[in-house]
Design a binder for this molecule. Sequence first.
Ligand code: G
Ligand code: G
Ligand code: MN
Ligand code: NA
Length: 250
Amino acid sequence: TVMERELREALVHGRFELHYQPLVDLDDNRIKGVEALVRWRHPERGLVSPTVFIPLAEETGLIVPLGDWVLNQACRDAAALPDDISVAVNVSALQLRNRNFAQGVLMALAASGLKATRLELEITESVLLDDTESNLETLHTLRRLGVRISMDDFGTGYSSISYLRRFPFDKIKIDRSFVRDSAGRSDAGAIIRAIVGLGASLGITTLVEGIETEEQLATVRAEGAQEMQGYLFSPPRPVQDIARMIADAA
Ligand code: G
Ligand code: G
Ligand code: MN
Ligand code: NA
């Protein structure tokens, strides 16, 4: 297709860029880390959202070289941020299934000088659905090296909870649909409270995604979540803007 050809060209010509969204500690409102979110700088269409091209990149296998670029760029950008700021990178199923994935992560860390403990990999349930044993093995290898593993979009799939038994995730990212759907309801927060409790009993940090209002922030704070992410604090921004935000807060 036309878009597939354009994606290949964009890779060759370096037309992707990363924006970063803060992950915020609910105790002190400080930025603990940032999530890398890829955008495509298209010559005619402007900045294209990953929701448009990631599915095609996954179908065509282009996600493997694109994901490798994302990993390397994110590690380089993070290495220039203060030492106590981590960077979270989204990983697709096809990337993890690749035999050389762990090696690629190590190379990105070595090339950038970023400590493994400052890198978080975000995995969705769909990533664990296929080829499970070798995927889990790869994740264990990376975790032994100090890389942290987060379960992204928690609660949107069918088996989120059973995966918590199969792999020792470091963080649960509660999907933003739970916050959205809780607005103005009397049971607001009940599900978030339950997931936070589950995380706590397993020693897993919980972050709530998609915080857009002060009311939602108050709810997740009251329910005991440790971290939040959302437009209320900041949308994804270019790395220079994020670096300035971090410096201004220090
Ligand atoms: O950045 P938001 O702005 O629109 O991202 C939309 C979706 O694209 C999210 O589900 C996000 O996880 C996914 N996404 C963003 N960047 C990457 C990336 O580098 N790799 C993968 N696999 N998915 C990404
Ligand atoms: O990786 P994940 O699927 O969680 O991707 C994060 C997505 O959520 C990105 O598309 C990002 O732009 C989006 N996002 C981040 N904060 C908010 C928010 O407060 N509200 C909404 N609706 N989307 C958000
Ligand atoms: Mn994510
Ligand atoms: Na998510």
